[in-house]
Structure formats: C-alpha cells, structure tokens
Design a binder for this molecule. Structure first.
Ligand SMILES: NC(=O)c1ccc[n+]([C@@H]2O[C@H](COP(=O)([O-])OP(=O)(O)OC[C@H]3O[C@@H](n4cnc5c(N)ncnc54)[C@H](O)[C@@H]3O)[C@@H](O)[C@H]2O)c1
Length: 448
C-alpha cells in the first residue's frame, strides 16, 4: 500500500521504516526541513538500535521517501498516518494544534478515498475532531471524496522502538468504519502473522500478534490508561521504597517478593528517581485533566503525579544528607536521558535534579553516553563531561540517574582514586552496594 507518515519523530520515523520494511511504499514527511535533509542523507536524528541500517536499506530499495511536501504525500497515498507531537499545555490539557494543522491540510489535499490513521496520543473525541476539521476544509473541488478515521495508538518504547514496532504485544484499531477496519487488517497482516523478512530468525519474533478491534474512543482511552497504569506502578513502588527506608526494609527484596505473585508481575517494579520522558508525564496529566473535565475525580492519577514530584526532589534531599551543605560541592552526574538506549531528555528527572544542584551552588559535571547536547531546560551552568571518570574527578558525590549498561561496569578503583569524597547515590539501584561499601564508598540507594 502507499502510506504517508506525517511527523517523522520517534513514532513516525520508526513506524514509517517498519511499514516500508514489510513491503509498503512510505512517504515520510515533516515540516522540519533540517530533519528531512538529515534523513535523506541517511543520518538519523534519534538514537534507536537498528534504525539507521533499516532506513538506509529502505531508501535504497525505494520503499522509503523523505520530503517536506505534506500535501503531495497525502495525494500520493491511500493511508495517512498522523504522528505529530501532542505536548501538554500548562493546564495539563494536550496541545492539539499540530493535529489540527495536519487535519486541515488533509481536508485541502484529499483527492480520493483515504484512511486517516492517528498514532499520536490524543484525548478522547479527537478522532471526531479530526473528521470535522477535514470536512470543514474540503473545498468545491474535493468535497465529494470520502475518508475514514482510525485510532491506532502507538505503544512502542523509546530505547526498544524498532523491536516494538515489528514485534508488538498488541495492535489496537479503533474505528467506526468496517471498510477501514478491513484495510487495517490487511496493512497489519504481516505484523499480525509475523511473516516478513526481518522476522526470520529474529529472537524477538512472536507466534502471532493479537489485534483488538474497538471504537475510536476506547482506542484513545486504552493508550492513556496504559501509560497512566505504568506510571502508577512506578509511583506505588517508589512510595513503598520510602517506607522501606523508614523501617529498615529492603525494596529489592520487597518488590521481588511482590512480583512473584503473577497477578502483580515483576516488570515495572523498580524503585528509582521517578518517571519522566515525553509520554508518562504528559499522558498522566492529560488523563487527569479529561477525567476531571468529565466530572469524575482523578484521585489516583493526581496522587501518582504528586508521588513522582516528591520522588525527584527526594534525590536532592538524599544528596543533602550525604553532603550537608551543597554550595561549592562538586557533583558528578551519570546519565541524562530519561532512560537508557535513547537520546530523549524530554521531562527527564535528571534535568530537574541537575538544575536544583546548580541552584544550591554545586558545580555539576554530567556524562551521558549518547546525549551530548544540553537538553532544552537544563541550566547551562552544568559542565558536559567526555567520560564518566571526567565527570567524577574531584567530586564530592557521584549521582547515577540513568541505568546505561556502561555504568554497571565502571572501574570503581579508578572512580575512588579520582573522587574527593567517596559518596555514591545510586538513583537506579543498579550498583553492587556491598562491594562498594567494602571498597570504602558511602553508598545510598533508593529504598534500601
Ligand atoms: N515517543 C514515544 O515513545 C511515543 C510512544 C507512543 C506514542 N507517542 C505519541 O506519538 C506522538 C508523537 O510523539 P513523538 O515522540 O514521535 O514526537 P516528536 O516530537 O519526536 O515528533 C513529532 C514530529 O512531528 C513533526 N510535526 C509537527 N507538526 C507537523 C506538521 N504540521 N506537519 C508535519 N510534521 C509536523 C515535528 O517536526 C516532529 O518531527 C505524540 O502524541 C506522543 O505522545 C510517543
């Protein structure tokens, strides 16, 4: 099929590449000219394992085309993917201006039957909103062309996006149109049956991928409710970690013991510095906003946000406990991205923590294996270091905020010889506490 993907960010780029790889012709368009120029040259603006190779391969075989002309992308395609950002407004309500802009352009450009498939995370009612805007913008020349809207929320995880796109745990299709649902089943058939070239011998291959057919409103809510539930799980565990610290229990044992119950499960049970990223914060706030807008109390959702805000601040408190006065101290921070294997720093707790250290007068040195530029909201007073060892040289405290694999294997003899004081605050509970304590480090984790 011919597919136009509008918005080549994390979701659009990975989805576009995936649908090209399974045999469709994909036009990936974006209004960001610089991004498109990079992609045309085979360079990838985001860090995702395996993505660069797939882009190069599919540009070469003609299945993947990048350009900035959204209107011609729409005209040339049977299916239009909307993958633009839906960032939060100060109220928590999602900003739908990019969605509206795209819907308007689709209305103006439509030149035959099209399926408009929305992958952006959007509040309930957005499928109907897109339909209305498209209709309002059809003109005398194209007003007779029919179209259908499909809500197809995306569940890929940054850091594992390529794997998730090809081998998803589920596909959710929400639409009021039987015709659109049949076309969707056809589009997703290779993924559902896991029979495409990339799947052969791939260890992530599934037997079959479940597809859930539902109405558009339920599909929209499935996405928000899933993210909000995952954030709840983390906030819950962080609250338990804080009780552990008070009573002398060990959060690692507590969560392990809880997770052995299959109704609870062991995933997403890690205490730490709090959740962040481009999805959880905005999606929990958006669901809370919608819940209250429709007259229901958002008690759990609001508590989940409150616990997370406290957890991020708690890291700073722990640093204060270890250092006393922060002013004039040197703090080496390991990690910046909101989680490993991605370069995304949107709403990363690390940035809030670093800014707070700087505000309190510390000298902060930061090392991340992939993020080399200052995140938008990070105070430029922080010094970017070229290696973890440079970051901790002369430091009074090392704070580990992102569990990149290279931090598991640091040479702690070297770290010890470099640091002014051997204080380690392990915000992800990944380091060997006993070993470090034996070596003479003062160690603090989260919840043990
Ligand atoms: N990042 C994730 O892990 C993830 C996972 C699931 C769902 N989502 C959702 O998917 C949506 C996109 O997220 P993302 O992280 O890919 O965002 P992103 O910011 O990385 O990418 C969005 C892209 O859309 C482009 N864009 C904006 N307006 C445009 C327009 N009018 N025409 C053409 N291009 C336009 C931007 O230039 C940008 O490149 C959001 O709603 C998000 O919540 C994200």
């Amino acid at each position: 099929m011919k597919v136009c993907v509008i918005g080549t960010g994390y979701v659009g780029l990975v989805s576009g590449v995936c649908f090209a790889e399974i045999g469709n012709t994909v036009f990936c368009v974006d209004k960001d000219k610089d991004k498109i120029e990079l992609l045309k040259a085979g360079k990838v603006p985001i860090y995702e394992e395996g993505l660069a190779e797939l882009i190069k391969k599919n540009i070469k075989n003609g299945n993947l085309v990048f350009h900035t002309d959204t209107s011609s992308g729409i005209k040339e395609s049977d299916i239009i993917f909307i993958c633009v950002g839906t960032p939060p407004l100060p109220s928590g309500k999602p900003n739908l201006s990019a969605i509206d802009e795209v819907a308007k352009l689709i209305g103006q450009s439509i030149n035959g039957y099209k399926i408009i498939l929305n992958k952006s995370t959007v509040p309930i009612g957005t499928a109907k909103r897109i339909k209305k805007i498209i209709k309002e913008n059809q003109n005398d020349g194209n007003k007779n062309y029919d179209f259908d809207i499909v809500s197809n929320p995306e569940f890929l995880k940054e850091g594992e996006a390529v794997k998730d796109a090809f081998f998803p745990e589920r596909i959710v299709i929400g639409s009021e149109s039987k015709k659109a649902i049949e076309i969707m089943k056809k589009l997703y058939e290779p993924i559902i049956n896991q029979d495409f070239g990339y799947a052969v011998n791939n260890t992530n291959k599934r037997d079959k991928v479940p597809i859930l057919l539902t109405d558009s409103t339920s599909a929209e809510l499935i996405k928000y409710a899933s993210n909000a539930f995952l954030a709840t799980k983390i906030s819950f565990v962080n609250e338990i970690a804080n009780i552990c610290e008070r009573v002398g229990a060990n959060i690692l044992d507590v969560t392990y013991g809880m997770g052995l119950d299959s109704r609870i499960g062991s995933r997403f049970m890690k205490a730490g510095i709090g959740w962040g990223g481009s999805c959880f914060p905005k999606d929990v706030r958006a669901l809370s906003y919608t819940t209250e807008e429709y007259g229901s109390p958002a008690s759990i959702l609001n508590a989940v946000i409150q616990v997370n805000n406290y957890q991020i601040f708690k890291v700073v408190q722990k640093a204060m406990d270890m250092l006393g006065i922060i002013d004039d101290k040197i703090i080496g921070v390991l990690g910046l991205s909101f989680k490993p294997n991605t370069n995304d720093t949107r709403e990363a707790p690390s940035v809030i923590i670093i800014n707070k250290f700087l505000e309190l007068g510390a000298e902060v040195r930061v090392y991340d294996p992939i993020v080399k530029e200052y995140p938008e909201n990070m105070d430029k007073g922080a010094i970017m270091s070229a290696s973890p060892y440079r970051a901790v040289k002369g430091a009074n405290l090392m704070v580990l905020v992102t569990e990149w694999s290279e931090f598991y294997d640091l040479d702690f003899k070297k770290v010890k010889s470099l640091m002014a004081n051997c204080n380690i605050l392990d915000g992800r509970n990944i380091l060997d506490r006993q070993k470090l304590q034996k070596m003479g480090f003062k160690y603090a984790g989260i919840g043990y």
